[in-house]
Design a protein around this ligand. Structure first.
Ligand code: ADP
Ligand code: MG
Length: 601
């Protein structure tokens, strides 16, 4: 099976094959019947819609139940702008895309504060309202009767840049536009933007702690996806010359979603396969027209049970999220941890921080300080508030009282991504990585905050974008070597044992070039050999001048590394000093270490 998948993937995603297909369709269409050319035109639009849904749902993990609404916005916008306002094609079709994008952006404004469910409901409501407005606003849209007489190839009334286009010409135009859009999306997905979409999909909290803003990233996903759907709608309007509200109802939105799921969420090639199936299938299923919801429901149910990763999961290898060209450009002279400038002020200081959950005071008036080039251990029994303190410092929780300062500036109450962007990174007690990403892709995610490549540069895959990516890939190589995970760099994380995940998570934080790093039980679940690798990493961080906070239970591991120790019990600091003193402290012995004998064991 793997062999079949490998061959198919190599073939279907090979640039030469793709180009050959486009050329074959472009010229070959002249020999096809008008009916077939029309269906191929719809196929292009369905591909664009499926890719749009895939970008939003498959990549970014957001759901749209109103895709037909974005599509319809584009279609009516271009139709009305041309028919009524007399604007030319090269204005109205891009305008359709922009209007779709604007709608997607408006709907996703609350994205930073609400859960996916809420946005999914917003898109559902939008889709339903859009259809009602189209039906009611007779003057503009033609209402339930529809809008006819839109300049189109069917009516032989469409002019583009002064040329009158027939159905064949128009198909070719749609083919080229679709191919260009696919190319841009493909580049986008294999850039740090696309990987950020996937990071939000896997864990918003973890993404935020790498400096990836959840609100902005989701808004970008909705905006781009809705823009693509709007563009497809604009092209649709001039294909048939008639627009009716029934083409943009809930059933159409569901159809797009089903196409995407069946194709395989996350796979661009899968979307094309699925769009082919769903463009040609309805012709054969005409008899079931009145049962379309049932048919789609059954297809969806069967595909989820039999093909959890869709057609792509069955036929193709998993997609990758780094451009091969950038990989080839990476050099062997990357530096895993660059020495940091000491900076001014006191490093990281936590002053009288208190955090409550309802009646429980998880962190009670805690003060501590981290300094460049020093490792501070934070220890204490389970439930003593260690992780909660890290969550407060990294901006996940807002404390009830107290201040956290980073190089003298108060960061209390800032968003997690803003804190990460300032160079304060953390890892999680339960590793939070992207399971489908390889080790290398996960590590590269850490560099997100350091990218300067803009959206346009990424989508066009300009040389500067590839160069920047190659620089970070060189650092990734150095980090995988130092962390002892170089031999699994191209393995998907979900296929690796637990110990690797911890090392990958620590490595990922290093890619962000932190000035301070908070490690929440990084050694839990590691073998002796892996612990030695981790210790080497932590020492290298210290040598490079980072501030390190290490939460750890293995006393031998801690003793070898740390400069300072802070012990928590029930949210309070019960000891602050060096490790020898901690071992003699009666309070620590009673709360945490047990009898003095076991403490020394
Ligand atoms: P540690 O990391 O030291 O084991 P935690 O910081 O995870 O401890 O937990 C400290 C206390 O706060 C525990 O009693 C825990 O149950 C509670 N706690 C932690 N997170 C939450 C939360 N999100 N909601 C309610 N209680 C919490
Ligand atoms: Mg904890």
């Amino acid at each position: 099976m793997i062999a079949v998948q490998t061959v198919l993937t190599r073939l279907l995603t090979h640039p030469v094959f793709i180009l050959a297909m486009i050329v074959a369709l472009f010229f070959g269409a002249a020999w096809l019947t008008p009916g077939t050319v029309a269906i191929l035109g719809f196929l292009m639009l369905n591909i664009m819609l499926a890719q749009s849904m895939n970008l939003l749902t498959g990549i970014a993990g957001q759901i749209s139940l109103g895709h037909a609404g974005f599509y319809g916005m584009g279609a009516y916008a271009s139709g009305i702008l041309m028919k009524t306002a007399g604007l030319p094609f090269i204005v109205t079709v891009p305008a359709a895309g922009l209007i779709g994008a604007l709608t997607g952006w408006l709907l996703s404004i609350p994205a930073g504060r609400v859960r996916e469910f809420y946005l999914a409901m917003m898109t559902l409501a939008f889709g339903l309202i859009f259809r009602e407005i189209v039906r009611e606003w007779d003057d503009l849209t033609g209402g339930a009767v529809g809008l006819s007489g839109v300049p189109s190839t069917t009516l032989r009334t469409l002019k583009v840049l002064g040329f009158s286009l027939d159905a064949l010409d128009y198909f070719r135009l749609v083919l080229v536009v679709t191919a260009i859009v696919m190319w841009l999306v493909h580049n986008f997905i294999q850039s740090h933007y696309g990987r950020a979409f996937y990071a939000i999909h896997a864990s918003e909290v973890a993404a935020g702690c790498l400096g990836i803003p959840r609100g902005g990233t989701k808004r970008m996903a909705y905006t781009l996806a809705a823009g693509m759907a709007g563009l497809a709608g604009g092209l649709y309007a001039h294909m048939i010359g008639y627009l009716g509200p029934e083409s943009f109802d809930l059933a159409r939105s569901i159809e797009v979603l089903v196409t995407t799921v069946v194709g395989g969420l996350g796979s661009m090639a899968g979307q094309i396969l699925s769009a082919i199936v769903f463009t040609f299938l309805p012709e054969k299923l005409q008899v079931f027209a009145q049962y379309q919801f049932i048919v789609y429901g059954l297809i969806l149910a069967f595909s989820l049970i039999l093909l959890p990763r869709g057609l792509a999961g069955l036929l193709l290898l998993p997609p990758r999220f780094i451009r091969p060209a950038s990989l080839r450009q990476a050099t062997a002279d990357g530096v895993a941890i660059r020495p940091v400038e000491p900076g001014t002020g006191a490093g990281l200081s936590v002053d009288h921080v208190t955090m409550r959950f309802g009646g429980l005071t998880a962190v009670d008036d805690v003060s501590l300080e981290l300094r460049p080039g020093r490792i501070t251990a934070l220890i204490g029994p389970n439930g003593s508030g260690k992780s909660t303190l890290v969550n407060v410092i990294s901006g996940i929780y807002r404390p009830a009282a107290g201040t956290v300062r980073f190089f003298g500036e108060a960061i209390t109450g800032l968003r997690d991504d803003a804190i990460a962007s300032a160079g304060l990174l953390r890892t999680f007690q339960d590793p939070r990585l992207v399971p489908r990403f390889t080790v290398r892709e996960n590590l590269l995610l850490g560099a997100h905050r350091r990218y300067r490549t803009g959206l346009v540069s990424a989508a066009l895959s300009l040389p500067a974008a590839a160069r920047e990516e190659a620089t970070f890939l060189s650092t990734v190589d150095a980090v995988t070597k130092m962390a002892g995970i170089a031999d699994v760099a191209d393995r998907p994380l979900e296929s690796l044992p637990y110990g690797y995940r911890r090392l990958v998570e620590v490595g990922r934080a290093l890619l962000a070039e932190p000035r301070a790093i908070l490690l929440d039980e990084p050694a839990a679940g590691l073998s002796e050999a892996e612990m030695a690798l981790l210790a080497r990493l932590i020492r290298a961080m210290k040598d490079a001048g980072l501030m390190v906070l290490l939460i750890e239970h293995h006393m031998d591991f801690v003793a070898e590394l740390v400069d300072d120790v802070v012990v928590l019990d029930s949210g309070r600091v019960i000891y602050h000093g060096d490790i020898q003193g901690m071992r003699r402290s009666p309070a620590v012995i009673e709360a945490y270490l047990g009898t003095p004998e076991t403490a020394h064991a």
